[in-house]
Ligand binder design. Sequence first.
Ligand code: SF4
Ligand code: SF4
Length: 313
Amino acid sequence: MPIPVNRPKTPPPETPQDGREPLPVSPVQPVALSLEDRFRFRCHKGIPCFNKCCENTDILLTPYDIVRLKNRLDVSSREFLDRYTRDCELDAHGTPGVKLGHKEGLRACVFLGAEGCGVYEDRPAACRYYALGLMSMRRKDSSVDEDSYFVVKEDHCLGHLERQEQTVAEYRRDQGVDRYDEANHDWRRIILKKRSTGPAVGRPSQRSFELFFLASYDLDGFRAFVASEGFRRVFDLSEQEYARLLADEEALLQFAFRYLRQVLYGEKTIPLKSEAVQERSQRYQGKIAKRAAQSEEERSRQQDDLYKSLLDE
Ligand code: SF4
Ligand code: SF4
């Protein structure tokens, strides 16, 4: 999954003389780097392009980005989403995504101030990665994701002209992205799986989108959901486990991803209470019986219509 970076305007494509469709010019360098590969780049306060990259942004937020930012700003996740983000879709099925907001009437990041980034210590993973991009892929017949990195070179960014060189691993460490990637790891796997299985299983239900949004982005809402009577009736967790989840936000976030794997893919990641399993199976049987009765009703209605039409002739 590519992690989008601050992405200003891509230069307009040149029109070839032979009438073919012009190819878009991408700032992403077409060379996949590993953790040990070196690249030349340095960003610092004294550089003439300082803040240029934050003036025209398109930043997709991850669940852990939101936890860090809402805590920094001391607001609830709902309030953070309402005040500082824009909605988007992560794929062609309409899986909900969240992007960092803009200043009114501009494309500048909502947190850009005269002195630079107003949330620097808690800036999102995409801002930390820039000028690298991350791509996660899973080979056919493999259960492990493989990460590759790409340099993103944009005309306005002078950091590529600096002398400093480092490995991708060193850059990641300096920027503090390891913690972000670790916290978001299971969520990225859910997205990858969604993309690879999506077309085969059809468009997910509105309900599954709502649960995805709640568990991915609105952690305070998800906490209230976990604390609810309805949740406790269905899921078999000890009181100790509930106490831990309700008190520890990072544990709750990882639990939210377990919950998503259960509701989206039917993986048995959280034990269910036996009564809930029974009730669910009865509900399922009831639905099948209802469907069968409906078809029976439909058959007799069609039969009646046929007799009626024969009599009318
Ligand atoms: S060097 Fe690049 S990343 Fe750093 S401030 Fe300039 S445009 Fe932004
Ligand atoms: S969060 Fe900070 S670093 Fe990221 S785009 Fe906004 S101002 Fe720039």
